[in-house]
Ligand binder design. Structure first.
Ligand SMILES: [Zn+2]
Length: 88
């Protein structure tokens, strides 16, 4: 039973910044490290602009921004935080 509980609390990797910040995949979780909202977009459609929760932002663009400035978009900079050791 301990194993089951552990798998529930284990986190999922954010498709944008790559840190383990999400409680569940594709669950509209907001990543506190890059502020990407996980709507299920992944590598295979990373360049699509879905016009959903992330607005005009594609996953590929968000990744580029994260590499450059440490947030999925410049307007998210006031909200993001550094990843914790346990999230790596
Ligand atoms: Zn992230």
């Amino acid at each position: 039973m301990t194993q089951d509980i552990k798998s529930v609390v284990s986190r999922f990797r954010c498709p944008c910044c790559g840190y383990k910040t999400l409680q569940a995949p594709n669950a509209m979780g907001l990543c506190p490290v890059c502020w990407w909202e996980d709507d299920g977009q992944e590598d295979f459609d990373a360049s699509d602009v879905r016009l959903t929760v992330n607005g005009q932002l594609s996953l590929q663009q968000a990744r580029n921004y994260y590499t450059l400035i440490g947030a999925a978009h410049p307007r998210f900079l006031p909200y993001v935080r550094k990843p914790q050791v346990t999230e790596r």
